[in-house]
Design a protein around this ligand. Structure first.
Ligand SMILES: Nc1nc2c(c(=O)[nH]1)N[C@H]1C(S)=C(S)[C@@H](COP(=O)(O)O)O[C@H]1N2
Ligand SMILES: [Mo]
Length: 527
């Protein structure tokens, strides 16, 4: 039994309750609301997660320099950072809604409904979204508004009424009851979020289909990798990048899950014959293996957004030959299931290079995050203008008629990969013993090939490095150089010269708009 003689609550505690109570009510209502949404999304509408949809909308709306900054700072953790930001933003908004609802009802609820409306818009503006995908956001809106009303009504009396005075004694059971309600609401919400994640991670038909799918035997095997292509120096990137270590860059917050039995590729636009190809039809074609280096235009000089894999696929030029591009066409706009696009010059897809529709990567089906079931791989072009993952359409068109995802955001419409080189060992900032030190790295000039690589210590002469055997002009090439290191601090530089005689420029250019240039500098301490 509460004693009627309970001493009056101190003014500061009351003030704290008046502000934080409603904020807590808002956050608890939001957690319940997000939990309900994530769980429904996982069970019924995988593309309907409001947090991910708002995140995806943010990705499409932020200026390119913000995206660059986030990639530069967080690397491939960029998506986790974005999700956390959207979630934190939602909770802050919810706290505000709680405060507003306790003071000016029903404006807090109105805020929740507006946020829900934004989520619905975000979900429905995703390519490949269906009306049904809006269901989780609508549920979030309803649960959020109801829980906000319920929890604000349960704020301890001194706090919820506008006439409350700081000295009015607040009975403790009120507070306890409020904390119990918010605790249950928040707790169930969190459990539902976690449950939703478990459900969506575990039971996807796509994952199962991929696991059961064995790659067809290539009709044309790739030329064997020469034994001398990998110098096997500790710390040097292996000449073939394992799938798990392969960089990943895309705008997809949720990896598209495509059922290969319903997947088709359409060749449309300026063609004599529109072509539609099923996955089974693609697999029945004579597939070719080829080793090709893939790199991102956002890769800074010395960066690690580059990898080399053996791909299994079918030449795009042979499919285009079936479709018969009409005169005047000069570009293929490839489109992914989630609406992302890349503009590739038609001539690059029809010349003799190995531009392929790939289904395999290093001997296994494409990993989901690298484009399962089918992606493009085009030697010599940055990924943003060529390497469409989850590809579903090749639209034959013209550069003056259509523009692609990143071209619309300030990047150039064509993106040939620039000649570059990298030092892998020693790492920047390393301390090495004086005497013989092995320097090693990779260099690439796709579709041209590397003629030699040189290394410079401080302002000394350029020394010719030893080159590993080339796989082909379309892959990177390892190099090494033995340095007799004198004690002290030194700066190492590398530069490559390609088979056409072009020397890697020392002019420093940023990654925007068509790829970085300059020479990597690696500071080391000897002794
Ligand atoms: N569908 C889709 N494909 C995409 C992208 C994307 O955002 N969406 N990003 C491209 C970019 S910018 C690069 S660098 C490569 C990266 O391929 P990876 O993630 O397999 O390394 O994929 C390309 N293909
Ligand atoms: Mo990229």
């Amino acid at each position: 039994m509460a004693s009627p003689e309970r001493p009056p609550r101190s003014p500061t505690v009351a003030r704290a309750w008046r502000l934080w109570g409603p904020a807590v009510a808002g956050v608890a209502a939001a957690l319940a609301s997000l939990g309900a949404a994530e769980l429904t999304a996982a069970l019924l509408a995988p593309a309907g997660s409001p947090i991910l949809a708002v995140g995806a909308l943010v990705i499409d709306l932020v200026p390119a320099w913000v995206k660059e900054l986030v990639i530069a700072v967080f690397g491939t953790g960029d998506k986790a950072v974005l999700i956390v930001c959207v979630a934190v933003g939602a909770l802050v908004l919810a706290a505000v809604a709680g405060v507003v609802e306790s003071r000016r009802p029903p404006f807090g609820r109105a805020l929740v409904v507006a946020a829900g409306g934004l989520a619905v818009v975000a979900v429905l503006t995703r390519a490949s979204s269906a009306t049904f995908d809006a269901v989780p956001s609508v549920i979030a809106m309803v649960v959020g508004a109801v829980m906000l009303t319920v929890l604000v009504a349960r704020l301890p009396r001194t706090v919820s009424t506008a006439s409350a005075t700081a000295l009015h004694p607040g009975p403790d059971p009120d507070r306890r009851r409020f904390l119990a309600w918010t605790g249950v609401s928040a707790g169930l919400g969190l459990l539902a979020v976690i449950g939703g994640q478990l459900v969506s991670a575990g039971t996807r038909a796509t994952d199962a289909a991929r696991a059961l799918f064995t790659l067809p035997v290539p009709a044309t095997a790739s030329a064997p990798i020469p034994a001398g292509a990998d110098l096997a120096i500790e710390g040097l990137s292996p000449v073939i990048t394992p799938n798990l270590g392969f960089y990943r860059i895309d705008t997809a917050l949720q990896v598209p899950r495509i059922d290969p039995t319903t997947w088709t590729l359409k060749i449309t636009g300026m063609v004599e014959n529109e072509v539609e190809l099923t996955f089974a039809e693609l697999l029945a074609l004579p597939l070719e293996e080829s080793t090709t280096t893939l790199t991102c235009v956002s890769n800074p000089v010395g960066g690690d957004l580059i990898g080399n894999a053996t791909w299994l696929g079918y030449p795009v030029r042979l499919l285009l030959a079936r479709a018969k591009p009409r005169p005047g066409a000069d570009m293929v706009l490839s489109r992914s299931e989630d609406g992302w696009t890349a503009s590739t010059p038609l001539e690059v897809l029809t010349d003799d290079r190995n531009a392929i529709l790939a289904v395999g990567m290093n001997g296994v089906p494409l990993p989901l995050e690298h484009g399962y079931p089918v992606r493009m791989v085009v030697p010599g072009l940055y990924g943003y203008v060529s390497a469409t993952k989850w590809v579903v359409e090749l639209n034959v068109t013209r550069f003056d008629l259509e523009t692609a995802y990143w071209t619309n955001r300030g990047w150039t419409e064509r993106g040939p990969v620039k000649l570059s080189s990298r030092i892998d060992v020693p790492r920047a900032g390393a301390r090495v013993p004086a005497g013989p030190v092995m320097l090693a790295g990779v260099a690439w000039s796709q579709h041209v090939g590397i003629r030699f690589v040189q290394v410079q210590v401080d302002d000394g002469p350029w020394n010719d490095a030893n080159l590993a055997d080339a796989i082909s002009a379309d892959t990177w090439r390892q190099w090494s150089w033995q340095w007799t290191a004198p004690a002290g601090r030194h700066t190492l530089r590398v530069r490559a010269t390609d088979a056409a005689g072009l020397v890697q420029t020392s002019v420093v250019r940023d990654v925007v708009p068509d790829g970085a240039t300059g020479l990597q500098q690696v500071p080391v301490t000897v002794g």
